[in-house]
Design a protein around this ligand. Structure first.
Ligand code: DGT
Ligand code: CA
Ligand code: ZN
Length: 579
């Protein structure tokens, strides 16, 4: 067993992505290339480790994984290597793949530049284009050379996805401006932003207007626009500073439903929906549902689009082709948790550690937002940079919380929690008898996140097994845009958390959103409980709750599985029973 190589799903996906890229440049038949890509996507989206699936002999049950690909995965798990890929990279330099996403540069051209000029990297290509070396090649000229240079520039600007924490408030401001344009009925978000993905490629907006001119003009002439990348009557796209990009679609109000459905995506959801329409003799486009004889059914709302196809309206967060259409057909769509279901904030900081508000200010801010319970949960001492609490300071804080509770009466209930630091060795900052004094204990990792997989997994498992620990804060520690989470064996973590009845947090801060939607879904399917917390350090942080709720919705989660939706007595009963 020790000889096995436990590659993560992400590593497997990268390998098949690379095989797809290099085969495409090599000139492999397209259906093979697509099969590798499909396998890569499917592996990246799995909510269980492919390794575990392999051990139960069920690799080929993963969508897109046939016999040939399953054999390759098996070779990787058993030898840590893949002969096929080694042969391929010996033949086709792997760096060629970095050129594939450049607009106007397909695999054929990449192969041409490589074979004729020995170009193997994007930087070499840019240099050759600038030196005028591409124009002399067969099928090339000055114009196509200039197009490739422009493509490289566009690609460099575009390669980074935008965190939702930046895209969302920017989109809100943009929508407010566009809604003020005369003749505009409606402006809404679409695309991945509306589906609530943690990062978006661009901001998609959709306006309803009979005449698109005025609203398009307003969109294109906005003073913040730095570049217009496309402009047309029904669709335009622009760029702003710092990598922000947006696209505006305009459709007449009577066709808004089909347009909004189309522009929301995802692409895969739309493909499935079109298949379903075809079975019913209808073709579905952004403009209408059309009968075979050419007559149109216009839909002003999305509800009409879905109901014409015999479906209930599907919430955008579910539209990822993860079984939602089948569930809709069988009337078993989940009743997704909403912001208004949330009664308590279980993770917030005060001036006792690195928060900006006093206990009283935090409690009042929470009460103002309609919360019934606020847990004061400051950091513990070893996170020195935050001025974390010692055990003695925590006792003083408890007195202060009592005083504030008396002052505030029963407008909101204060509980005393702690965000206790998980040290690098897996021990906690406080001994069990100190932890036992808190109403709720959240354990989090903030340091040594780059430990090897086995070590960091064991570290967290150790904490999950501690009966004093009620909840794990932001379990992987990832931060957008640059910090990857710890390399945890998530299946083992979820199993242990379930077994020990530990709550896993969906940290609502848009730079975290951790757990992510895939693991949150898996955990709830296992019967586990989640919390959605803002981890507030300031008053406005409390308003970030909706980002966390969106992740839970993308995870198909109902209110019942989120302990913040429970009334106080139920929360307290549960806490006292589990220790
Ligand atoms: P992103 O921007 O990469 O985060 O992802 P999306 O989903 O926003 O994708 P985007 O911006 O390329 O396109 C917006 C929507 O337009 C997408 O969600 C569905 C629709 N769409 C785009 N291309 C296609 C397509 O080829 N087929 C179909 N059915 N829909 C498409
Ligand atoms: Ca988009
Ligand atoms: Zn915190």
């Amino acid at each position: 067993m020790t000889d096995l190589h436990r590659l993560s799903n992400r590593q497997l996906a990268q390998i098949f992505e690379q095989i797809a890229d290099l085969s495409e440049i090599k000139g492999e038949v397209i259906y093979k290339v697509l099969a590798y890509r499909k396998a890569a996507e499917s592996l990246a989206e799995l909510n269980r480790e492919a390794f575990d699936i392999w051990q139960t002999g069920k690799l080929t049950e993963i969508p897109g994984v046939g016999k040939a690909i399953a054999e390759k995965i098996e070779e990787l798990f058993t030898t840590g290597k893949l002969g096929f890929l080694e042969k391929l990279t010996a033949e086709v330099p792997p760096t060629l793949a970095e050129m594939l996403p450049v607009p106007d540069l397909g695999p054929k051209k990449i192969a041409l530049f490589w074979r004729e000029l020995g170009i193997t990297t994007l930087a070499e290509l840019e240099e050759a284009a600038r030196a005028g070396k591409l124009r002399t090649l067969p099928g090339m000229g000055e114009k196509s050379e200039a197009r490739i240079l422009a493509g490289i520039e566009a690609y460099k600007r575009r390669s980074e996805r935008i965190p939702i924490g930046r895209a969302y408030p920017f989109a809100q401001r943009l929508m407010t401006r566009l809604r003020a344009v005369s003749g505009v009925h409606r402006v809404e978000m679409a695309g991945s932003l509306r589906r609530g993905r943690s990062t978006v490629g661009d901001i998609d907006l959709l306006a309803a207007a009979t005449d698109s001119k005025a609203v398009m003009e307003a969109f294109l002439s906005d003073p913040e626009v730095t570049r217009i990348t496309a402009s047309g009557e029904t669709k335009s796209s622009v760029e702003y500073d710092q990598g922000l990009r947006a696209q505006l679609w305009v459709h007449p109000p009577e066709r808004f439903g089909t347009a909004w459905q189309y522009a929301t995506g995802s692409k895969d959801h739309n493909v499935r929906l079109r298949e379903l329409a075809l079975k019913q003799g209808l073709s579905l486009s952004e403009h209408a549902l059309t009968h075979k004889d050419g007559s149109e059914i216009l839909c002003a709302t999305e509800e009409e689009v879905y109901s014409t196809l015999g479906l209930p309206w599907i919430p955008p967060e579910l539209r990822e082709d993860r079984g939602e259409i089948q569930a809709a057909l069988e009337s078993r769509l989940p009743c997704l948790v909403q912001v208004s279901d949330i009664r308590s904030e279980l993770h917030a900081h005060t001036t006792w550690s690195d928060g900006k508000l006093t206990i009283r200010q935090l409690a009042e801010a929470a009460q103002k937002r309609g919360l019934e319970v606020i847990v004061i949960s400051d950091h513990s001492a070893s996170l020195a940079i935050t001025g974390g609490l010692t055990a003695e300071a925590a006792l003083e804080q408890r007195q202060e919380i009592r005083r504030v509770q008396e002052e505030l009466g029963n407008t909101i209930r204060l509980l005393h929690g702690i965000e206790v630091e998980i040290r690098a060795d897996g021990s906690l900052d406080f001994p069990d008898e100190v932890l036992a004094g808190f109403d709720i204990v959240t354990a989090s990792m903030h340091t040594s996140l780059r430990q090897p997989r086995q070590q960091v997994t064991e570290r967290l498992l150790n904490v999950i097994r501690n009966p004093q620990v009620d909840m794990i804060g932001h379990p992987t520690g990832r931060m957008f845009p640059n910090r990857e989470g710890a390399d945890l064996d998530m299946e083992a973590i979820l199993k242990a958390a379930r077994e020990h009845n530990v709550v896993l947090e969906i940290n609502a801060h848009p730079s975290r959103l951790d757990l992510d939607d895939l693991y949150a879904r898996r955990y709830v399917e296992m019967g586990g409980l989640l919390a959605i917390n803002t981890d507030a350090h300031t008053e406005s942080d409390l308003d970030l709750l909706h980002f966390g709720v969106t992740i839970a919705r993308r995870a198909w989660v109902e209110a019942e599985s989120i302990i913040n939706t429970w009334p106080l007595h139920r929360l307290l009963d549960w806490l006292s029973e589990r220790r």
